[in-house]
Structures are given as C-alpha cells and as structure tokens.
Design a protein around this ligand. Structure first.
Ligand code: MG
Length: 415
C-alpha cells in the first residue's frame, strides 16, 4: 500500500542565536511524519519560500517510499540546478523522507544504509586561543573529556589580526575582519611547532585554512606543517582553484580534507579519481541530503578516500544526526566534525546565556561519551522537535557580517 505525502511544513527557529530551518513532511498514514534539516542560516527565507511555494505543490500526493525518484524530480524540476538555496531545500525533504522510511521499517537510518560498521563515531572539536598557553589549557581540557582529535586555530580563521589599528590598514577602511596571509602563515607554523613541543603526539590535530589564503600560500603552509603531522589540513583551497591540489599533492605529505562549500558531486570527481585529497568534507544539506552524500561516500571508498563531514553550528541536530547515521554505516569513515551541538552529558566551561535552548527545542541528540558520538536507536533519524518551544526562539533577520573578510589593503577576500 502506498503512503502519500499529504503536506509539507517549515519550522524556522533560532534557539541558540543561529537560524535553523526544519522541514516536516506529513503523510497519509496516521501519526507518520518525517523531519529534515534545510538550514541555510543566512538565507533562510529564500529556502522557506522554495520549499513551500515550489516543492510542496510538486510533492503532495507522491509515494514517500520512492526517495531516489523524488530526489531526482526535485533536482531537475527547476531546470537550473545545484544552487545553495535549492540544494538546502531539497535536503530538507530528503532527510525527512529517510526519517519516514526508518520509521516505516522500525529501524534507525544507519541500519537502512547497511548497518553498524563501527561501534561509535570519533569526533573532532574546536579549540581557539590567542596564546599557546591558552590553547594548551583548552587541549588538556578536551583530552580529559576523552576527545582524540582537535581542530586548533589561533585568532579565528586566517589568524584574525586586528589590522584596523592605526597604521595597519588604509585610511577610510570599512568594517570587517582584516587578514594578513603572510603573518597568518608564520603564526600558524610557529603555533604547531610550539604545540608539539608542549603536548607531544598523543592527540590528533586538525587546522582549518577556510580558503583564506592564495593557492601558492596554501601549498607553502601544507609543506611547512609536515613535521607536526596533522590529521589533516582543512579546506586549503576554494572550489575554483582545486587544480592546485595537483601541486600540493606533489610537494607535501600533509593529509588534505576539502569540500564543505561544494554543492554537487562533480566538484569532487576530479579530486577523488586523481586521489588529490584524503577526506571529503560534505555539508549534508548543501550537497542535497543523505541520498547524494551516501553515493559520494561509496564512490570515494573505491579510491581510498575517507570522510570528514562538516558539523558546524549553523546546522540543526537533525542534520548532525544524519551525518552520524552515515558515519556509522560506511567503511571509509575518517572523523566527524562536532562543533555545533552540545549533547546533554557534555559540560563546557563557558556557558552562554542561551545554553540549553537547543535541548529545549530538539530531543534525541546523538550522545557524546569519551570522544565518541553514538546515535540513538529510535526509528528514523531519531530526532524530535518541540514546535511550541521552537516558537519561543524566532529566527533572526540581520545583515550577515562575519563573511565580510578583507585583505590588509581593504579588498574583499573569501570568508
Ligand atoms: Mg571548516
């Protein structure tokens, strides 16, 4: 018997000050619905309109079981494809359909993807400090919690130097985050040299370039960091400069993770088949959901390439859970970024005044224990939402400022 889509709703909420978009797909079977994540925090109204005005009429009446066919229908229906707005909207539906399929099968989604390949998912968390001592303190704090992988930054992405101070920037400089790539490179090499002297090699370290330097500088940095044996260097090049990975591969043994901004499988293909990177960094809603992400993971496995998927704050617990379900099932999992949500038994030192609001709105978050994350064993993705609580935290309408990154001469550079 077919189960049909009867309605699609969108719930926008910002429990911890970041806009999150949840999609609820209702069905013809009493009480059966699915939840997906369509979070594009900085354009949430456009994604909401896309879902309600274009996908909802397209999908009502269709059989919820045919996920791949529905995904392809959504993908080609607008003729022009692969935009960020479109893909996040599609992902919201796709995740909700996987949630529904799991509930119909009475199994967690990782069971539908082949079952548990591993017992748990090791994660990396973030530390960031202005001084070596401050960073070492944070590393020791996380080591005590059992964390085995840490991303280390000093002063945010690109070093975060305050070049608006007198004599550092041109007269009349505009607001923004000012960068000096040369100083950032010297500072980062020094940082990892000092860190390895102080903490040794019994914890895995990651560093995120966030695409903020020139291609030749990214190669220089990858080569210079070799003695400190990173787990990987994250997103060293932007999507329009990925040919430079050939040079980086030839010149450096530092492992490379790339792709949190990629929004289609073709952007990965050249890098995977030529074995130019070591980890694919899919952002599960930007790529269009579980359906394309799982295919890409299987494709990468054939080339010995592992996964290290994006897990930021601007992603709802439903998308984090989707990451964890795939991580559980695939042989070529590497590590999972785990920055955005704080599981119930995880205590951090500096609590923000909104701490806990996420847990008031969402239930069923994957559990963090001793550096590993475990999905719950509820059917589907295992996350529920308290829609009344979500209303208490309305989405925020403001001009996005953190992406206003500038070179020291005042010119814009990628964030
Ligand atoms: Mg990153």
């Amino acid at each position: 018997m077919s189960v049909k889509i009867t309605d699609i709703k969108v719930i926008n909420t910002a429990p911890e000050g970041i806009n999150l978009t949840v999609v609820k797909v209702l069905t013809s079977e009493d009480g059966l619905y699915g939840l997906g994540c369509a979070t594009f925090a900085y354009r949430y109204k456009a994604v909401t309109t896309y879902i309600l005005e274009y996908l909802r009429p397209l999908l009502i009446g269709r059989d919820v079981k045919n996920i791949t066919e529905i995904w392809q229908l959504m993908h080609q229906n607008a003729y022009w494809r692969d935009g960020g707005i479109e893909n996040n909207a599609i992902a919201g539906i796709d995740l909700a359909l996987w949630d529904i399929k799991g509930k119909m099968a009475n199994m967690p989604v990782y069971q539908l993807l082949g079952g548990a390949y591993r017992k748990a998912v090791p994660v990396y968390r973030h530390v960031d400090g202005q001084s070596i001592d401050e960073i070492v303190d944070q590393i020791n704090y996380y080591k005590d919690l059992g964390v085995k992988h840490l991303r280390v930054q000093s002063g945010g992405y690109g070093g975060g130097l305050d070049l608006r101070a007198p004599k550092h920037a041109p007269l009349g400089s505009l607001d923004g985050i000012y960068l000096n790539s040369r100083q950032y490179i010297y500072k980062t090499i020094n940082l990892f040299e000092k860190l390895r002297e102080k903490i040794g090699f019994d914890i895995d370290l990651v560093h995120d370039v966030h695409e903020r330097i020139a291609p030749c500088e990214a190669i220089e940095l990858a080569k210079a960091l070799e003695p400190y044996h990173l787990f990987f260097l994250e997103d060293p090049l932007p999507v329009n400069q990925t040919e430079y990975f050939k040079n980086m591969r030839a010149l450096s043994s530092t492992p490379i993770a790339e792709g949190e901004l990629f929004n289609n499988e073709a952007q990965y293909r050249f890098l995977i088949v030529n074995r130019l990177i070591d980890f694919i960094r899919i952002h599960i809603t930007q790529i269009g959901g579980i359906t394309p992400a799982f295919k890409l993971a299987i494709f990468a496995e054939q080339f010995g390439i592992r996964t290290a998927w994006h897990g930021p704050g601007d992603m709802s617990p439903i998308a984090h859970a989707a990451n964890i379900h795939i991580d559980m099932a695939i042989p070529n999992f590497g590590v999972q970024e785990w920055s955005g949500i704080r599981p119930p038994n995880f205590v951090i030192q500096k609590l923000s005044n909104k701490e806990g609001a996420l847990l008031e709105v969402f239930d069923g978050l994957p559990k963090f224990i001793d550096g590993f994350v475990y999905p719950n064993d509820k059917p589907g993705l295992g996350i529920s939402i308290d829609e009344k609580a979500a209303l208490k935290y309305p989405s925020i309408d403001e001009v996005t400022t953190w992406t206003m990154t500038r070179n020291y001469d005042g010119g814009l550079v990628l964030p």
